[in-house]
Design a protein around this ligand. Structure first.
Ligand SMILES: Cc1cc2nc3c(=O)[nH]c(=O)nc-3n(C[C@H](O)[C@H](O)[C@H](O)COP(=O)(O)OP(=O)(O)OC[C@H]3O[C@@H](n4cnc5c(N)ncnc54)[C@H](O)[C@@H]3O)c2cc1C
Length: 461
């Protein structure tokens, strides 16, 4: 009997349990359904849509090379699979489990209609499977990571199926171009195309190119001017490579660099566990006292709206913040240290609710991930289950000096290209601000005092 394979954020042939088991069971039809309704405000943003287009193109080619095809459908996933099951006379859908609330909901509904076989494929350990001594879920990263490491190794890697048996008849497929995933008016994607290669093969090429840097990861990962982080995040998000494949590649390493890198992969697992426990983590403060926080609201306050726009456009007058926001706009990605600085700046210097930042990152990051984005925004804001304290306010200028961001700033802020160190970190302070570069939208000390005073209102009530 024909098997259906439901692909979502697992756009790869190797180490793909759903595909592997379906291929063993008989002829199969691999399907991607674009459902833009179910995720509501978390339907893919512009940068992710660009990535998805290229990733689906690459996957379709790989499937064709194995004698198969990628069937594209648009609409409600449960309805589409019910139709497809009739069209190809299938009863079983193989899928790797996904944990975003809209996918959990769709999986529950589909399981009531067809034989849904769920596999574990996108995390080091299945989300929800690592429990405390009393059987509860971990809420804090450090004990969680210890428990994950104690439960290693992860599962074995699965090979890509040798060949994929075609069904007697192929069901109809949408034409990818008709989904309009690529920007046209205007086409802002040139910077992304120059920065990224997309697809399973490209993910493995990136891992290979970066492999030699893993030992230096602990020392170098915080320095945005040097290219020493893996940049695997969009590949991991779309499942072009699995964390299990990465783990097996490095498992014999004993370096501090690998240990720290492994810890970051565990942060990814941890974020997914947080979402499983708190499905509304991307839209609701975990710490409810922050529901009363006196944010400046861009919807009602013109100055706040101006500040939000300056942040989005990289025109705050703080070079490290502006470089980060422009890198994001240009490439669809931002270095982690600078994500922390720009996020802290929005929340604490501009006193704007973290959810405005979450939304902007969701639209502009090509690795935008429901779990990782929410967890990191709540961590920075101090509103999360495991988070930094709100009162720890990052000083962007000293961060810029400490992490040697001069070259990074000159790369992404062309107005500051000719400015030497140390002036490039704070040209206004040194009287070196070029005419086209904005003044600081808020002085650091004033912003810090305003943020702490706002925090105090929570404590005084
Ligand atoms: C405000 C904010 C928002 C973020 N939003 C996202 C997001 O939407 N999607 C996303 O994948 N990451 C997000 N991150 C986490 C982190 O910044 C990126 O994963 C990392 O910068 C990606 O670059 P890399 O692949 O070179 O990471 P590396 O440093 O090479 O790390 C390897 C992998 O580990 C995982 N990882 C690393 N750091 C984290 C982390 N803090 N949390 C969860 N996973 C991590 C990623 O999958 C990453 O690819 C966010 C961080 C902040 C501060």
């Amino acid at each position: 009997m024909t098997q259906l394979v439901w692909l979502r954020r697992d756009l790869r042939l190797a180490d793909n349990p759903a595909l592997y088991h379906a291929a063993k069971a008989g002829p199969l039809v691999c399907v991607y359904v674009l459902d833009e309704e179910a995720p509501k405000h978390h339907a893919y943003g512009g940068a992710s849509r660009w990535w998805l287009h290229h990733s689906l193109t690459s996957l379709a080619k790989s499937l064709e090379a194995k004698g198969s095809k990628l069937i594209l459908r648009r609409g409600d996933a449960v309805e589409e699979f019910t139709k497809l099951a009739n069209e190809v006379r299938a009863h079983t859908v193989h899928a790797n489990a996904h944990y975003e609330p809209w996918w959990l909901n769709a999986e529950r509904k589909l399981a009531n209609k067809l034989d849904l076989q769920l596999y574990h494929g996108n995390y080091l350990k299945p989300p929800g499977s690592i429990t405390t001594g009393t059987g509860g879920q971990y809420k804090i990263y450090t004990p969680y990571s210890r428990a994950v490491r104690a439960a290693f190794p992860p599962s074995d890697e699965l090979t890509a199926p040798e060949r994929l048996e075609a069904p007697a008849n192929w069901p109809a497929s949408d034409d990818l171009a008709s989904w309009n995933l690529l920007p046209t008016k205007p086409d802002w994607s040139g910077g992304m195309a120059a920065f990224w290669q997309v697809g399973e093969e490209a993910a493995h090429a990136r891992l290979k190119a970066w492999e030699a840097d893993v030992d230096d990861y602990d020392d170098k990962r915080n320095f945005p001017s040097v290219d020493k982080v893996s940049r695997l995040s969009p590949h991991l998000h779309f499942g072009e490579i699995s964390p299990v494949q990465i783990w097996h590649r490095f498992k014999h390493k004993r370096s501090k660099g690998w240990e720290t890198f492994e810890g970051e992969l565990i942060w990814r697992d941890y974020s997914q566990n947080a979402i499983l426990q708190f499905p509304k983590y991307a839209t609701q403060n975990y710490r409810e006292d922050f529901d009363r926080f006196p944010w400046r609201d861009p919807a009602t306050d013109e100055a706040a709206a101006r500040d939000l726009k300056a942040w989005q456009q990289g025109r705050t007058g703080y070079p490290i913040v502006d470089a980060g926001m422009r890198q994001l706009w240009q490439t669809g990605w931002m270095h982690n240290r600078v994500r922390m600085i720009t996020a802290s700046f929005l929340i604490k210097h501009l006193l704007i609710d973290w959810r405005e930042g979450e939304k902007w990152f969701w639209d502009t990051l090509c690795d935008a991930d429901y779990a990782s984005n929410a967890t990191n925004w709540q961590w920075t804001a101090g509103t999360g289950v495991d988070s930094n304290m709100f009162s720890r306010i990052m000083a962007p200028l000293s961060q810029s000096e400490k992490f040697d961001a001069a070259r990074y700033i000159r790369t992404y802020v062309p107005e500051l290209k000719g400015i030497d160190e140390p002036y490039v970190h704070d040209p206004e302070e040194f009287g070196r601000r070029p005419a086209g570069y904005p003044r600081k939208i808020v002085p650091h000390r004033q912003a810090r005092e305003r943020a702490l005073a706002a925090l105090k209102t929570l404590k005084d009530r």
